[in-house]
Design a protein around this ligand. Sequence first.
Ligand code: NAD
Length: 277
Amino acid sequence: MITNTINNFKLDGKIAVITGGAGFLGEKHAEAILEGGGIPVLVDINESAAKKKAEMLSKKYDSEVHWFITDITKKESIINLNDSIISEVGYVDILINNAANDPKVDAGKNPGWSRFENFPEENWDLDFAVGLKGAFFCCQVIGQEMAKRKQGVILNISSDLGIIAPDQSIYSINGLSQDLQPVKPVTYSVVKHGLIGLTKYLATYWARDGVRVNSLCPGGIYNKQPESFTEKVERLIPMGRMANADEYKSAVIFMVSDASTYMTGSTIIVDGGRTCW
Ligand SMILES: NC(=O)c1ccc[n+]([C@@H]2O[C@H](COP(=O)([O-])OP(=O)(O)OC[C@H]3O[C@@H](n4cnc5c(N)ncnc54)[C@H](O)[C@@H]3O)[C@@H](O)[C@H]2O)c1
């Protein structure tokens, strides 16, 4: 019998929760789900952006797109969210832990604030609350439901910086003394490495319960950054360029569909080769 492997990539009718779904990459994950035939559920704290994105995507794909406003740092909110999704949309098949608190790496009004020596405890707590605790709560509530039903896929969105340390030279500003130079915050590295740890823990924990858990590490994406910045990033990437926002969609479809039924606890890096150097 000839099997048609391409059919394994189909997501027909699958319900996919995307945290941070109203953000830049969240929209692309939602497009991936829609292009596979699934139903995206955008979960975000930003009401106007979530509503706008859901309406735009629904029109663009002439498809069902749902949105819910939830602060994923609060477990109670996620319990309520899960109940609402089950009653209004259906049981969740796919969870994409994508939300992050991503403060801009610039000197701003308080030069040097992001440097390790000065990094504020409040920022440590907030970045962890969204990026790691939020993912933990979503897995605890939505993942647990998947394990009970013996089916589900979790995809944690890490980063190339979940694999390697940031090269701080790309953030440097001419004329500033070393102690005031902006840096990529320590929380970004620790949260993104932490998500890979959470992935491996849960992949083995639920391995026999029908729930697969994997991480995707995207590299930097062109998003109207100044040329002075992108030129520096491009030099760190063997392919000589950053990603276009659409270039992760195929990996997402692979990782959340039946095309990857034997993959769990794995990390896929899509970064133009950056982490090889
Ligand atoms: N953009 C990139 O170049 C890039 C590269 C590698 C990895 N990533 C990762 O991809 C993910 C998405 O990045 P992005 O560029 O789309 O970021 P983004 O800032 O555009 O989107 C993040 C979304 O998370 C939402 N959010 C923040 N706090 C929340 C909370 N408490 N509850 C619910 N939602 C909350 C925000 O409202 C926003 O819509 C992040 O995990 C990021 O680290 C991004």
